[in-house]
Design a protein. Structure first.
Length: 628
C-alpha cells in the first residue's frame, strides 16, 4: 500500500517537472511513510511513497526497475497471488532479488504486457515506464479500490494517487460545475468526473497507454452481469460454494509481514470476515468504535458478543463529541476532493486508533452492494409488488412531508424513509434508483447553484450508471448499478482516504473478483428472500456468529451528524465557511438557499439538512485550501 505519482513528457523535457514530482510525494507522505524515491529521465519522471507490508527490505523500495534497466514500475496495492508465478517466471530466466509482489508484477508485465492484468488477484494502481520504446502503461484495479487521477495536455500526461498530489503539476484549477452538481446530490463525485475541469479519475477496470504518438484508453475488465439464461444452482449447493469462495478470499488477505487485525463494527459483514479470519489467525486483533454521547448510533455490544464467540482480542475505541470536536479540522483537511459521506468520520476515527496496533486491517466493505444489504434494495423490490400501501403512499406525500423527519431517532427516521419511498413511487425506475442513491434531488441541488444549467456531460455521466435500470429491473440490475456507482465511488473512496490518512492498509475480502463473479451469477432470491436481506451470507455463515446478530435491524455505520451541526462541534466551521462574506466572494452557491437549510437544521423537521450542511462544509474547506 503506497502512493504513486508521475509525468510523461511529449517533448522530452520531463526533468523540468522533477520539483513538482517531489512536491507531489510530499503531500501524500501519509500514504507511504516508510520510504520515498523517484526515477527520472528526459521522457518520464516517476515517484513513490511506500508503506511496507510485504518484504520490508530496502531492496523492495520503489520505483523498481528490472535488471536491464529498461522497465521501471511504481505500484500501489497488493498482489495476493504473486507467489503463484515464481516458478513460471524463474523458468523464463528471472532471478528474483526480493520476495516482494512488486518484482513479480513487473516481470509479469514484461512477459504479458496488458494481459498481465487478467492474472492479478488483489487491488492496485500502477505504472510501468519502458525506456526503450519511450512509453508509459498505467492501470487501475477491477473495482476501483485504489484511486488514480490523470491529466493530459499537449505537453504532458500526469497521474497520481490523490488529487492534491496531481495538483502539484502545472495546470489550471477550474471548478467542474457538472461534478459539483452531482456531488450535491450524491455526496461524492463519481468517476470519470473530478471536481476540477480536465482532470479525470481513471475508471475501474481500465488501463492507459501513453507514447510520443499519443494516448489510448482501454477497458480490460467488465463487471459480470446476471443472465436469466444462467443455470440455477440449488440454494444449498450455492451456500456451500459461496462460503468456500469467501473463506478463500479472507485467507488470501491474511498474508502480511506486519501486524494485522480486523474491523468489527457489530454488523453482519465485518463479523463474518472477523470470524473466518479468527479460524486462521490465533489471537486475532479486532476493533470497533463506540459513540459514548450518542447511544442510538452505538453498536459495541454486538461487536463484543461476536468477539467473545470467535475468541478475538477485542478493543472498543470510545468516541465522544469532545474527541470529535478536537479532530474535526483534521478530518475536513483529509479530503483532497470533496467527499461528504459522513460515515467517513467514523472510519477516520477508527483508522486513527487501529493504526496504533496494526498496519493491515480486514473489513466487510462490499457485501451490501453484492448481496442486497441496503434498505433501498428491499424498497426497490417492494416497489414492484402491487399493494395497498404502494397505491396510497404517493398521494400521502404532502402529508408525510410535514411530519418531523431526521436520522436522530427511530420515529423521525421512519417518517423520513416513508417520505422518500412515497416520492420514489411516483418516478420511473431509473429516477427511482437515482433517488435511492441521492441525498438531494436534482431540483434541490440546482437550487443551491443558481448559475448552473445541467449539461450534456452531466447527463452522460449520470446515464453511465443508470443505463442498466429499466422498467422491469430486478434486484440484480440494481446491485450491478450499485457496484459501478456506490461501491467504487463512495464506499471504497471513503475507506481508502480515511485509512491512508493514517498509513493503514484496509483489505476487503468481499471484493475478491472470483467472489463477485460467483455472487453476480446467483438469482436475486438468493440475496433477498421475503424480509431477509443478504440471505446467502446469513445462511452460509450462521454457524460462525452469536444468535443476537440475527435478531437486529441494520444500523449502518452512521454518525450523529445533526447533533454535531447544532451543537458546538461544527458551529465555528458553519459560521466561517457558510458566512455571507464567503458565499458572496465565491459566487457559486445561493445565499438564500444556504440560509433556508440552516434554518431547517434548527427546526422541528430537520430532514437531511445536517447532511447537506456537512456537504457544503466539506466543499468550502476544499475550496479554501485548493482553489481560493
Amino acid at each position: 500500500m503506497c502512493g504513486i505519482s508521475g509525468l510523461f513528457s511529449f517533448s522530452n523535457n520531463a526533468l523540468n517537472y522533477i520539483h513538482a514530482l517531489d512536491q507531489s510525494l510530499v503531500v501524500m507522505h501519509h500514504r507511504g511513510p516508510d520510504a520515498q524515491a523517484v526515477f527520472h529521465n528526459n521522457s518520464a519522471v516517476l515517484g513513490h511513497v511506500r508503506l511496507s507490508i510485504i518484504d520490508m527490505s530496502a531492496g523492495a523500495n520503489q520505483p523498481f526497475s528490472d535488471t536491464t534497466g529498461r522497465y521501471t514500475m511504481v505500484f500501489n496495492g497488493e498482489f495476493y497471488n504473486f507467489k503463484d508465478f515464481y516458478k513460471e517466471l524463474s523458468a523464463d530466466g528471472v532471478e528474483f532479488r526480493t520476495t516482494s509482489d512488486t518484482e513479480v508484477l513487473l516481470y509479469l508485465y514484461i512477459k504479458y504486457g496488458a494481459a498481465c492484468l487478467q492474472y492479478i488477484q488483489g487491488f492496485f494502481a500502477f505504472a510501468v515506464y519502458d525506456s526503450l520504446s519511450e512509453s508509459l502503461f498505467v492501470a487501475r484495479d477491477r473495482f476501483g479500490v485504489k484511486p488514480l487521477y490523470v491529466y493530459s495536455s499537449n505537453t504532458f500526461f500526469c497521474f497520481a494517487s490523490e488529487l492534491q498530489s496531481l495538483m502539484q503539476f502545472p495546470f489550471e484549477r477550474n471548478i467542474n460545475l457538472d461534478a459539483l452538481y452531482m456531488y450535491l446530490q450524491l455526496l461524492y463525485v463519481p468517476a470519470p468526473l473530478t471536481m476540477l475541469q480536465n482532470v479525470e479519475k481513471l475508471m475501474p477496470g481500465y488501463y492507459i497507454e501513453v507514447s510520443k504518438q499519443g494516448i489510448s484508453k482501454h477497458q480490460y475488465y467488465t463487471l459480470p452481469v446476471y443472465s436469466n439464461n444462467s443455470p440455477i444452482i440449488p440454494y444449498e449447493q450455492a451456500q456451500q460454494e459461496f462460503y468456500s469462495v469467501l473463506e478463500n478470499a479472507v485467507q488470501s488477505r491474511l498474508v502480511s509481514d506486519v501486524p494485522l487485525g480486523t474491523f468489527l463494527s457489530g454488523g453482519l459483514d465485518s463479523s463474518v470476515v472477523s470470524a473466518i479470519a479468527a479460524k486462521h489467525v490465533t489471537g486475532l486483533q479486532t476493533y470497533s468504535i463506540g459513540f459514548t454521547d450518542n447511544p442510538y448510533f452505538d453498536e459495541t455490544s454486538y461487536a463484543q458478543a461476536v468477539a467473545r464467540k470467535i475468541e478475538s482480542n477485542h478493543t472498543v475505541i470510545p468516541i465522544s463529541n469532545s474527541v470529535f470536536s478536537e479532530s474535526v479540522s483534521h478530518v475536513l483537511q483529509q479530503f483532497d476532493e470533496p467527499f461528504a459521506d459522513s460515515s467517513a468520520i467514523a472510519v477516520y476515527a477508527l483508522s486513527k486508533y487501529v493504526k496504533q496496533y496494526v498496519t493491515v486491517a480486514l473489513s466487510g466493505d462490499g457485501a451490501d452492494e453484492l448481496l442486497g444489504g441496503y434498505r433501498k434494495h428491499a424498497a426497490h423490490m417492494r416497489s414492484f409488488v402491487p399493494s395497498i400501501s404502494n397505491s396510497v403512499l404517493p398521494y400521502a406525500e404532502p402529508i408525510l412531508r410535514m411530519l418531523p423527519q431526521s436520522r436522530n431517532n427511530k420515529i423521525t427516521d421512519m417518517f423520513r424513509k416513508a417520505y422518500r419511498y412515497s416520492k420514489a413511487l411516483r418516478l420511473s425506475k431509473q429516477d427511482m434508483y437515482w433517488l435511492w442513491c441521492s441525498l438531494q434531488s436534482e431540483h434541490e441541488a440546482q437550487m443551491l447553484l443558481p448559475n448552473y444549467i445541467p449539461s450534456l456531460k452531466y447527463n452522460s455521466a449520470k446515464q453511465l450508471y443508470v443505463q442498466g435500470i429499466h422498467s422491469h429491473s430486478n434486484l440484480n440490475d440494481v446491485l450491478y448499478a450499485d457496484q459501478l456507482l456506490v461501491l467504487a465511488n463512495d464506499m471504497l473512496t471513503k475507506v481508502d482516504r480515511m485509512s491512508m490518512a493514517h498509513s493503514l492498509e484496509v483489505r476487503s475480502p468481499f471484493l475478491d473478483y472470483r467472489l463477485i463473479s460467483y455472487v453476480n451469477s446467483l438469482p436475486d432470491s438468493y440475496k433477498i428472500h421475503g424480509s431477509l436481506q443478504k440471505r446467502i451470507l446469513f445462511d452460509s455463515c450462521k454457524h460462525l456468529l452469536p444468535q443476537e446478530l440475527y435478531n437486529r435491524p441494520k444500523q449502518g455505520f452512521e454518525v450523529p451528524l445533526h447533533s454535531w451541526c447544532t451543537g458546538n462541534v461544527l458551529q465555528l466551521h458553519i459560521q466561517e465557511l457558510l458566512s455571507d462574506k464567503m458565499l458572496n466572494s465565491q459566487g457559486i452557491f445561493s445565499k438564500e438557499r444556504v440560509g433556508f437549510l440552516l434554518q431547517k437544521l434548527h427546526s422541528s423537521n430537520p430532514g437531511d439538512s445536517a447532511s447537506v450542511i456537512w456537504a457544503l462544509l466539506v466543499f468550502q474547506t476544499w475550496y479554501a485550501k485548493y482553489i481560493s
